[in-house]
Structure formats: C-alpha cells, structure tokens
Design a protein around this ligand. Structure first.
Ligand code: HEC
Ligand code: HEC
Length: 285
C-alpha cells in the first residue's frame, strides 16, 4: 500500500475511534425519577438475554438495528442505521428508545389513520427513515427486531410508556427560522462530522462513520426527521454528538430549517398521509 493509502486508513481509523468515543460520551444513565407517572427507562443487562433460539433472535434484532446494511440490505435504501437516530441501540431516554415500545402497540397512528402494530411501525421507519422497503412480516429478521424490542421492554408493564419515550420536544421560537443563518451555523457546528455537503463521512466497507443528513443516502421526504420540529428538537437535545443541549433553540431551528430543505429522496406515498386530518404544522407536504 502506498503512503496515501496508509493515510486514508489512518484517517478512517481516527474517525472510527472518534465516533466510538462520542457514542460512549452520550451513553447516559436512566433518569433517576420517572416523571409523568410513567415507568423508569432501564435497559436490561445482556446477561438477561434468554438462552437458545429466543436469545439468538434478540441478538439478530440488535445486530440489524445497529447495522442493517449487513443484515437486511435489500430493505434499506439509506446509508443509515436505526441507532443513528434511536441512539445507543434504542436504549437512550429521549433518544427514541425501543424500551417500552413492546407494550404500547397496537396504537392508532394519525399519519396512516389506522391502528398500527409494532411491525407496521417498524416498517414505517424502513420505508421512510431508511428510504427502503417493508420487511416481510414472517421473516426471521422482523421476528428478530420484535424479539429485541420485547427484550428491551422487559419489566415495563404492557400499556405503560417509559419516561423518555420518543424524542424530546423543544418549544419553537416565535420568529420563523432562518435557513441562511442556519447554513452558516451548520458549517461551524456540524460539517466537521456530517460533511460540508451533508453527505456524511463514509468509513471502511461502505459503512458510515458519520451519517448523512441529506442527499441520496439520507432519510426520505416522508420521514419524521424531515419535519422541522422533529429535526430541530433532535438537534437541540442530542447534537453535536456528545454536546447535546449546547445550541440555543433558535440556532437549532435555523440549522434544521437549512438541512431539512436540502435535496433528499422523495417518498411518493406521502400524498396519502394524514387522510383523516391531524397533520402536524411542521409537515413539509
Ligand atoms: C432518520 C432517523 C431515524 C432512523 C434512521 C430510524 N428511525 Fe425510527 N423513528 C424516527 C422518528 C423521528 C420516530 C418518531 C418518534 C416520535 O413519534 O416521537 C421514529 C419512531 C420509531 C418507532 C416507534 C417508537 C415509539 O415510541 O412509538 C419504532 C419502533 C422505530 N422508529 C423503529 C425503527 C427501526 C427498526 C429503524 C431501522 C430499520 C428506524 N426506526 C430507523 C426516526 C428514525
Ligand atoms: C462529533 C461529530 C458530530 C457532530 C459535530 C454532529 N453530529 Fe450529528 N451525528 C453524529 C453521529 C455519530 C450520529 C449518529 C449517532 C449514533 O449512531 O450513535 C449523528 C446523528 C445525527 C442525526 C440523525 C441521523 C441522520 O443522519 O439523520 C442528525 C439529524 C444529526 N446528527 C444532525 C446534526 C446537526 C444538525 C449537527 C450540528 C449542529 C450535528 N449533527 C453535529 C455525529 C456528529
């Protein structure tokens, strides 16, 4: 290998190390008090994974969640993993945890105006956030993801949500966001990891060290993260990775207004969303 080749490898190695470092930095313990009368969020210890085929299914689900390209490639179009948004493998409060989701589905979802099973909801993210295709309901992979959600929800009573379910919401600023100001802030606060062109930082083997925020490899126009309030809240509370909460709400809104409007894959079926009303104000379509 020539000298430049080695430099590339060293660069990739540093980036991988940095990503691991920042991920460890955001691994927050469960909050001390539950609040809202909800169950405290608590990730079970690995030692509680059952022995035998059920445990194998839990581990398959976790592997898919953290590395879908390696396990369910035909079903994912984006160069994202589930845990790029559902942080720490779906175990972080307000980081879109899977802990507790087992007992809160089936649920009515206004976007589809239908009662969705957990399988349906997982497949929403496959089609939108991952810009892919629904996983077959009877596949070992779908059963693995269900087993992982079931195991992570150990001890959460059916029907009760955990404190820290979903993503934290910040109160939008009174003034409309300014994407031009957001673009300038993006260059300073985000581009080092997500790239000046938003296309992320690829690592070895086609995996991404830092995930793309727009462009062909990112989530599509029908994804929750393409909505201003969802994106701004995620950015204010969780980004820059390892320094969540450091941006002002206004800065987060301006940055989100910039990157959510950059080009990304379309989602043709979005025209059928919210057929019976309930469309959130920040839906871009
Ligand atoms: C680009 C970000 C992103 C990616 C990638 C992503 N999701 Fe999601 N996911 C979301 C958002 C946003 C929501 C909506 C959360 C809310 O309503 O507060 C969501 C919701 C969910 C829910 C419902 C959670 C609840 O509390 O009801 C499940 C289950 C889920 N996703 C699974 C997955 C799986 C499995 C993958 C990978 C195949 C995935 N997601 C990839 C952003 C993402
Ligand atoms: C230190 C590197 C770093 C910085 C700086 C950073 N991020 Fe991230 N970001 C990440 C990583 C890594 C992930 C994936 C998290 C994981 O897999 O644990 C991520 C995930 C995301 C996601 C969800 C996944 C996706 O690709 O859509 C969004 C949105 C996001 N970042 C936006 C931002 C914005 C906006 C900024 C600037 C305010 C920012 N990030 C700054 C490293 C960074």
């Amino acid at each position: 290998m020539n000298r430049d080749g080695w430099n590339d490898w060293i660069a990739v190695g540093c980036a991988v190390f940095l990503a691991a470092f920042f991920r460890a930095a955001i691994a927050q313990p469960a909050p001390a008090s539950a609040g809202f009368g909800a169950t405290t969020l608590h990730a079970p210890a690995d030692s509680t994974i059952p022995a035998g085929p059920l445990g194998d299914a839990v581990r398959l689900g976790r592997n898919i969640f953290n590395n879908p390209q390696a396990y369910v490639k035909p079903y994912v179009g984006a160069s994202l993993t589930c845990s790029n948004c559902h942080l720490n493998g779906g175990t972080q409060a307000w980081g879109g945890p899977l802990i507790g989701v087992w007992g809160v589905y089936p649920a009515y979802v206004a976007r589809s105006a239908s009662v969705e099973t957990l399988e349906d909801r997982l497949n929403d993210c496959f089609q939108r956030s991952m810009n892919g295709k629904p996983l077959p309901l009877d596949s070992a992979e779908m059963k693995g993801l269900l087993a992982y959600a079931w195991w992570l929800s150990s001890g959460v009573p059916a029907g009760s949500a955990v404190a820290g379910r979903g993503f934290e919401r910040v109160t939008p600023p009174a003034a409309p966001p300014d994407p031009v100001r957001g673009k300038a802030l993006y260059a300073v606060k985000c581009a080092a990891c997500h790239g000046a062109d938003g296309k992320g930082t690829p690592g070895a083997n086609g995996a991404y060290v830092f995930p793309p925020l727009w462009g062909p490899a990112s989530f599509n126009a029908g994804a929750g993260m393409a909505r201003l309030d969802t994106a701004a809240s995620f950015v204010q509370t969780k980004m820059p990775l390892g320094a969540g909460g450091s941006l002002s709400v206004r800065d987060a809104y301006d940055i989100a207004a910039y990157f959510t409007r950059e080009p990304r894959p379309d989602f043709a079926a979005k025209v059928g969303d919210w057929p019976k009303g309930g469309k959130p104000k920040d839906a871009p379509y």
